[in-house]
Each structure stands twice: as structure tokens, then as C-alpha cells.
Ligand binder design. Structure first.
Ligand SMILES: C[S@@+](CC[C@H](N)C(=O)[O-])C[C@H]1O[C@@H](n2cnc3c(N)ncnc32)[C@H](O)[C@@H]1O
Length: 320
């Protein structure tokens, strides 16, 4: 079974791994595609911590990576707990950290997970099956104003107000329970109100917004990036593969902020971007794996003016 085809593997390896004898973190281990290549390259000197909040992904990855199990620790968690996870493992500094954001092909293709408008299922969209909030709750319980805000902010949906109104009217008649019900409602709206053809499936933006809200994708990314900057060693690397502009904007802005002289002087450490512009997959890769088409990757290297004390670093993370 193909769980997920990893994107830009060669570029990840070239930019992430600076030394074999290091501790690397894959924050989004998924089906273990990138993780397998990383551990292959650093084994047996180095070791890899793999994190994923999806238990199905971790089980698959555990099997795939079994030949390297003496140098791998897999953790079922949200990567926002990075610092705590490393603390628990007795690790204070890492050589490199990598994020391959969003969802895996397995998650999209598994109808019951409710991520895709092309597969009918209950509205779910949780990456972490043990978390409480799901898309059904949001669609059927959030007030109209909050829905509109969500569609606009996380989906960049032009018709956010009208769609929020339509959903709240519809749910008064009967609950909106499935991906197909929601997708049809949105397509119907587009068909009535927009002339001509649309480039993407009309429900794409609303589905993106719901997924981001269910999994708190943007806030956990921001928080974790700051932890990653703190925990990475001098000359260690931070790499992020993103698939939509909202995620990429966060990464771009954080990298830029931490490259500023005043930020580096203030905290004693910061970043240097390896490339000013993001790296994109080659045409051939996109031809072979169409899901790579929206991928963008950014990498930065940690720089330090001096060794700052742990207390100073902690007070920065806590914002004191
Ligand atoms: C694009 S897939 C990664 C695929 C992986 N690189 C591979 O080669 O198989 C993203 C994975 O990250 C996980 N994920 C996304 N956000 C997460 C978070 N905040 N904490 C932990 N895991 C997360 C998802 O559950 C999914 O399995």
C-alpha cells in the first residue's frame, strides 16, 4: 500500500543533515517516507525522533522503520509539545528539525476521516482521532459570524458571509452531517451565483478552513517554530514543507523576523535563511506525484552570538 509519497526528498536530505552524529526531529512522520531516508543517511551514528498526532500514521511508520528501531523514537503527540517531548527524552539540543505540513495521502484517501469532498463520509477532519473538536461540530454549532470569519481567514473564501448564512439556514432544517452534503451545498451556491467555470472545486476553500480550525494548524505551527529555533544547535537546520499560502506565510515571516540583527542581538541567537526564495519540486516530480504541485520548502540555519543561559531562553519562550 502507498501511504504517502514523500515530496522533495533529496532536497530535504541535502539541507537538513549537517552531520551524521546528530539528533534529528521529524515533526510530521506520517507514513515515514522522509523519516526512512533521514535515518538511512544518519544510521547508526545519529538518531531520529519522529512525531505524529495520527495513531494510524505512527503504526504504519513504526513498521516501515523497524530496521532502524534502535536509533528511532516515535511519539504520538502534537508537535506543539516538542519542547516537552524532548525534555522527557532528556534531549536539550537538536541538530535539525523538519516539518512536512498538512495531511498525508492516506488521510485524504481514507473516506472515514472526512477530509475530502470527493469521498462521502461524516464530517470529521481530525488528524488526532482522540481530540474532541471535529468539522461536524463547527459546521452545525458555530455561530454564523464565526463561520464567516473562519472561511475568510483560513480559506480566503470570497463568499464567506453568504456561505456562512447558507450553512446556518440549512442546518436549521436538518444537520449537515456529511462531506457530500456540505460540498453540494457550496457547489449549488457557486452554480447559482457565479458565471462561467471555476478553477478549483468550489468547496476547496471552506474545507481547508474547517481543517485548519479543527486541527489548530496555524497556531501550533507558530508556537512550534519558536520552540524549534530555541532547541536547534548552532548551525543546525530547520526545514518546512508547506502546501498552502497561509502556512508558508507564517514560516516566511518567522524566518525573516529571526534573521533581523535586532532580534539576534536581543536573544543572542537567530536564523540565517539558506535560500531567500522557497524551493519548489521539479516538473518531473509533480508529473509523477501531482500532490506535490503546491509544495514549497524553506530552510534556515541557526546562528548564535554567544551561548545564552537556559534561563534566558526559557523566559523568551514564555514571553517574559
Ligand atoms: C504530509 S504528511 C507527512 C508525510 C511524511 N513526511 C511522509 O513522508 O510520509 C503530514 C503528517 O503530519 C501530521 N501532522 C500534521 N500536523 C501535526 C501536528 N501539529 N502534530 C503532529 N502531527 C501533525 C499529520 O497527521 C500527517 O500524518
Amino acid at each position: 500500500m502507498t501511504f504517502h509519497i514523500p515530496v522533495m526528498v533529496q532536497q530535504v536530505l541535502e539541507n537538513l543533515i549537517t552531520r551524521k552524529m546528530g539528533i534529528y526531529v521529524d515533526c510530521t512522520v506520517g507514513g515515514g517516507g522522509h523519516a526512512a531516508k533521514i535515518i538511512e543517511k544518519i544510521y547508526p551514528e545519529g538518531c531520529l525522533i519522529g512525531i505524529d498526532q495520527d495513531i494510524e500514521a505512527l503504526e504504519f511508520a513504526r513498521d516501515k522503520l523497524r530496521d532502524y528501531q534502535d536509533r528511532i523514537v516515535l511519539v504520538k503527540a502534537n508537535f506543539v509539545d516538542l519542547e516537552m517531548i524532548l525534555l522527557y527524552l532528556g534531549i536539550t539540543r537538536i541538530s535539525g528539525i523538519f516539518f512536512d505540513l498538512g495531511i498525508s495521502s492516506h488521510q485524504v484517501d481514507t473516506a472515514t476521516r472526512g477530509f475530502s469532498f470527493s469521498r462521502d463520509s461524516l464530517l470529521d477532519m481530525r488528524m488526532d482521532l482522540s481530540s474532541e473538536l471535529n468539522a461536524y461540530y463547527i459546521v452545525n454549532h458555530y455561530p454564523e459570524r464565526e463561520l464567516a470569519e473562519l472561511f475568510s481567514k483560513y480559506g480566503e473564501e470570497r463568499f464567506s458571509n453568504s456561505l456562512a448564512k447558507l450553512i446556518t439556514q440549512e442546518r436549521k432544517k436538518k444537520p449537515i452531517e456529511t462531506t457530500e452534503q456540505l460540498a453540494k451545498l457550496i457547489s449549488g451556491f457557486y452554480a447559482r451565483h457565479k458565471k462561467g467555470k471555476w478553477r478549483i472545486q468550489p468547496a476547496t476553500k471552506v474545507f481547508q478552513a474547517l481543517r485548519i480550525e479543527v486541527n489548530r494548524e496555524l497556531s501550533v505551527l507558530t508556537e512550534t517554530m519558536l520552540q524549534a529555533i530555541k532547541l536547534t544547535k548552532t548551525n543546525g537546520r530547520i526545514g518546512v514543507l508547506s502546501y498552502h499560502s497561509l502556512e508558508d506565510r507564517i514560516v516566511k515571516n518567522i524566518f525573516r523576523e529571526w534573521e533581523k540583527t535586532e532580534t539576534i542581538n536581543k536573544y543572542g541567537y537567530g536564523l540565517k535563511r539558506l535560500f531567500k526564495k522557497p524551493i519548489y519540486p521539479a516538473e518531473e516530480e509533480v508529473r509523477q506525484n501531482p500532490r506535490a504541485r503546491s509544495a514549497k520548502m524553506r530552510f534556515a540555519e541557526k546562528i548564535e552570538l554567544k551561548e545564552v543561559s537556559e534561563n534566558e531562553r526559557d523566559s523568551f519562550i514564555r514571553g517574559k
